[in-house]
Design a protein around this ligand. Structure first.
Ligand code: IFM
Length: 447
């Protein structure tokens, strides 16, 4: 009996020892990986007076249909705007900045800035106002937009879906529904058939993670109710939707380049010596920021990277996490930290997919600590260093071409290269945008 017991004890001890060893190996591997991930790659500064970009580099500006067109009444955002307290100052988009009617004037100004590419989105609810009913006149509108760009030698990059979904689609459950991929595919099929020959650069969707976190976690966007349990299902549907759209466009045009645009802040531990912070930052970046790109990597021709700020992970006292005093950085607006080196680090992280990269959004608001000219110059330098370090970056799209409707922030957040008087709709190129035009003109940035 004694012998049996001691045998049992022995196996228990061995089992515990094995488990501890496995856990320790796993933990030390993870800590080491996380430490390396959080350690900035960094670069030497160049000595040349000007930093040149590769031939054919695209210098563009971006917009999204709902944020500039006006009158998008078939979107769920239209309903959302009417609910009290949803949008800052109660701002509405009946007219918005009327890009829908004034796009030619806007393109003239874009040409004055010498930009060679324009990223814009199609409004799904205009093209398909009711389930299965497509409006040819709206396709004609977008055809005219593409024609106007062609006449100016501006290369279009078209986003199929940028945050705003048709009301009918939302009523069917939106991206929560198992039918969502089928509905999106029908819309993409129609677009590919009708606009395919005029577009070579496509984005299937804009910032799926921002869509999910703003709508389903923070509840600042439709559906306006926090429902974290729905997130995994939505993520899966969006991955499928991207892949389906990718295949549809390629079936129509095998030469087209189809990518996905993702919100990619520089997530990093605030203290590289803190093992827990390192692991948390590493895990968030891998499982959240890189969720979509890592899952579609074999079915995407390029990655659209959006960089706005550094997001430091700091596991101090609870009061530090939530107190505003912890925000002790230079701002670009909306509590976003000015940190150009973060763009370089983000690009180095995305390099592992071995795919071309376009920076499909980057921008700063008026009236904040960092002037726009300094902002674009410093970020352009970081892109130069990433290219020197082997990253295949092919374009830079400033967000946004125009001051526009910043979702729940309304019209106060002014990112535009061009200001718009909301009363008269008069457009004016901002002085601070000239530095970006200079970069685009010479395909280089001063050092
Ligand atoms: O305005 C938004 C855009 O719709 C998506 N990316 C971030 C921008 C600025 O916040």
């Amino acid at each position: 009996m004694k012998k049996i017991l001691s045998e049992k004890k022995k196996s228990l001890l061995i089992g515990t020892g094995v488990l501890c060893t496995l856990f320790c190996t796993f933990f030390s591997n993870l800590s080491f990986k996380a430490y390396r991930y959080n350690k900035p790659v960094g670069h030497e500064d160049a000595t040349a007076e000007t930093l040149e970009f590769p031939d054919g580099f695209l210098w563009g500006a971006a917009t999204a249909s709902y944020q500039v067109e006006g009158g998008n009444k078939h979107s769920i955002w239209w309903e959302f705007e009417q609910e009290e307290g949803r949008i800052k100052n109660g701002d509405r988009t009946e007219v918005c900045v009327d890009h829908y009617n004034l796009y030619e004037e806007d393109f003239d100004l874009m040409s004055d800035l010498d930009l060679n590419s324009y990223r814009f989105s199609l409004e799904w609810g205009r093209i398909e106002p009711e389930k299965g009913v497509f409006d040819d006149s709206e396709v004609t509108h977008y055809k005219n937009v593409l024609k106007a760009l062609k006449e100016k030698n501006v290369i279009p990059m078209v986003t199929l879906w940028h945050h705003s979904i048709p009301t009918w689609f939302a009523e069917e459950g939106g991206w929560e529904s198992k039918n969502s991929v089928k509905y999106f595919s029908a819309y993409v099929q129609y677009v590919a058939e009708n606009l395919g020959e005029d577009v070579e650069l496509w984005l299937t969707m804009n910032e799926p993670t921002a869509y999910i976190s703003s709508g389903y976690l923070m509840a600042k966007w439709p559906p306006g109710e926090a429902s974290p349990l729905k997130v995994p299902g939505i993520q899966k549907n969006l991955v499928k939707a991207h892949k389906a759209a990718y295949d549809i466009i390629h079936r129509y045009d095998s030469e087209a380049e189809v990518g996905i645009a993702e919100y990619s802040s520089y997530v990093v531990s605030s203290n590289n010596k803190n093992i827990v912070e390192n692991i948390v930052a590493y895990s968030i970046d891998k499982s959240w920021t890189h969720y979509f790109v890592s899952r579609v990597r074999t079915q995407t021709d390029f990655i659209g990277v959006h960089y706005y700020y550094r997001q430091k992970i700091r596991l101090g006292l609870i009061k530090d996490l939530f107190s505003k005093d912890a925000v002790d950085f230079e701002q670009t607006g909306l509590d976003r930290e000015y940190y150009p080196q973060g763009l370089y680090e983000v690009l180095m992280r995305f390099d592992k997919y071995d795919l071309p990269i376009y920076i499909t959004e980057i921008g700063v608001q008026d009236y904040h600590e960092v002037p726009r000219d300094v902002f674009v110059q410093e970020h352009a330098r970081e892109v130069y260093y990433a290219i020197q370090n082997g990253v295949d970056v092919r374009g830079f799209y400033y967000w946004a071409l125009l001051d526009s409707f910043e979702w729940s922030e309304g019209y106060d957040a002014k990112f535009g290269l061009i200001s718009v008087d909301l009363e008269t709709l008069e457009r004016t190129i901002k002085d601070s945008s000239q530095a970006y035009a200079d970069i685009a003109r010479c395909n280089c940035v001063g050092n």
